[in-house]
Ligand binder design. Structure first.
Ligand code: C2O
Ligand code: CU
Ligand code: CU
Length: 499
């Protein structure tokens, strides 16, 4: 088989070899980015003293306390706690129910959900259900903070058709780098009753970044160095999978597994690849694609994005393979090649390969767009004084930046005039990719699927089609957490349709 390298650099879908070459040269072209990348490359690798080689843990799930059959009721307590991550040291983490990452919330399409959030932190927080279309007043936006040491009940219904991999995290005003960086983040999985991949054995891989100082205390890119944060973090933190540094996932040779991978890092692009294996991408942020994309050797997962892949393990027994982040050279966030997890085949007899279904689920294309909106990303200055803006402005939750109407299909042109990439996320909906423009050359997206976050590379324009079905004010923002905290966020007011 020809090695197919699939860099979804703007996540805009399958690129032709030509488009790929263009985007790779665009990555290399910009002087500031090349220069920064080179600078990052010279930093010594960060060593936190975290143990490696422990088994890949299964993440605990949040208990359903509902007495009503079919409903989901749960409690999430966010509080500081002491963890022993490094020998002879205690690390103060902040966790949901004392776990890093927090408990997995397992939901079903159509389910009624009521989750009590007990904020036992000394600062205001919220819970945001990243990617799920819940009503605006249940979205955990910074407009709706939960005061320290108070409780709040979130209620919503899981949308039909939303089966997929999501995550939840705080969304308080200007303190998300701090809160997520201390461990407040966890997977949320929505299941449907007719999942075509139901029979496959499945793992959720939550990738987080954890910065520890020499005393094993958490360091995050604080808001005071907001502009700088995204540049400093990669050198100061380690990448963990399900809370462990370089864990070992033991598999039966030949086993076919479905992995739900979540990029829950503060600001790290993950160019994922598994040594000695090709894989099929079967799902993105909003769930399954229309059909599997097989034969891939790598996949770019921007911060906050999710990908579902199916891997058939090599049939060789007792062999180790590394799941790695190849390093994203173009962005300043790109670190060097780093191993994330070891996949170890056991000594058992190899399993026969599993054939994937040709069709996963229909992806209905959004209708013709009736309105076009411009979203301009810009950077001003660098380092400590740096600021990243949307349409020339810093976030102000009392201002409305864009308006739309429930049900209206819009084309959003997201133009990145800054010197680095920004993963742009819209609340309240899943959108479709239309295309991108690289140095004036338009490239159509060829990946029918649903996204809530799209990478917009420096100097490029990414076009998406989006539609909001619920009224209210919604955030859209860069998901590099230091940028979000620094105000690279805006408000979309979704008005009820006139009847
Ligand atoms: Cu993952 Cu506005 O958030
Ligand atoms: Cu979100
Ligand atoms: Cu950004």
């Amino acid at each position: 088989m020809r090695r197919r390298s699939f860099l979804n650099i703007a996540s805009t879908g399958a690129l032709s070899a030509l488009a790929l070459a263009q985007s790779v040269s665009a990555q290399m072209g910009g002087m500031p980015r090349g220069g920064m990348g080179a600078m990052m490359g010279r930093l010594p690798p960060f060593r936190s003293g975290l143990p490696t080689g422990l088994p890949l843990p299964h993440l605990g799930t949040l208990a359903n306390q509902s007495a009503v059959l079919g409903d989901f009721e749960g409690t999430l307590v966010a509080s500081p706690y002491n963890a022993s991550l490094v020998s002879d040291r205690t690390t103060e983490l902040w966790g949901y129910n004392g776990q890093y990452p927090g408990p997995v919330i397992e939901l079903r399409e159509g389910q009624r959900v009521a989750i009590t959030f007990a904020n036992r932190l000394d600062l205001e927080s919220t819970i945001h259900w990243h990617g799920l279309a819940v009503p605006a007043d249940q979205d955990g936006s910074p407009m709706d903070p939960v005061d320290p040491h108070t409780d709040r009940l979130y209620t919503f219904e899981v949308p039909i058709g939303s089966a997929g991999t999501y995550w939840y995290h705080p969304h308080a005003h200007e303190t998300n780098t701090l809160q997520v960086g201390h461990g407040l983040a966890a997977p949320l999985i929505v299941r449907s009753s007719d999942d075509p991949l139901q029979g496959l054995s499945e793992r959720t891989l939550m990738v987080t970044s954890l910065g520890l100082d020499s005393n094993a205390q958490v360091i995050t890119g604080s808001t005071s160095m907001s502009g700088m944060g995204a540049m400093m973090m990669p050198g100061m933190s380690e990448l963990l999978v399900n809370g462990r540094r370089l864990p070992v996932h033991t598999v039966t040779p030949g086993a076919t597994e479905r992995w739900r991978i979540i990029n829950a890092t503060a600001d790290r692009y993950l160019r994922l690849s598994l040594d000695g294996h090709y894989f099929a991408v079967v799902g993105t942020d909003g769930g399954l694609l229309d059909q599997p994309l097989p034969g891939l050797s790598e996949w770019l997962l921007a911060p906050a994005q999710r990908v579902e892949i199916v891997v058939s393990m090599n049939t060789r027994r007792s062999t180790r393979y590394a799941l790695r982040d190849l390093g994203y050279g173009g962005a300043m966030n790109g670190g060097s090649d780093i191993e994330l997890m070891t996949v170890q085949t056991s000594g058992a007899v190899a399993l026969a390969p599993v054939e994937l279904p040709r069709i996963l689920r229909p992806i209905v294309a959004l209708g013709p767009a009736t309105v076009q909106q411009q979203v301009a990303l810009s950077g001003a200055g660098m380092g400590m004084t740096g600021a990243f803006l949307i349409n020339g402005k810093r976030f102000d939750m009392d201002r409305v930046d864009l308006e739309t109407v429930v049900g209206r299909v819009e084309l959003w042109e997201i133009v990145n005039a800054s010197f680095m990439d920004h993963p742009i996320h819209i609340h309240g909906t899943q959108f479709q990719l239309v295309g991108r423009t690289v140095r004036g050359v338009p490239i159509a997206a060829a990946l029918p699927g649903w996204f809530d976050t799209v990478n917009v590379p420096a100097g490029e324009t990414v076009t998406i089609k989006t539609q909001q079905m619920l009224p209210g004010k919604r955030m859209f923002h860069c998901h590099l957490l230091p940028h979000e905290d620094a105000g690279m966020m805006a408000v979309l007011d979704v008005r009820a349709a006139a009847s």
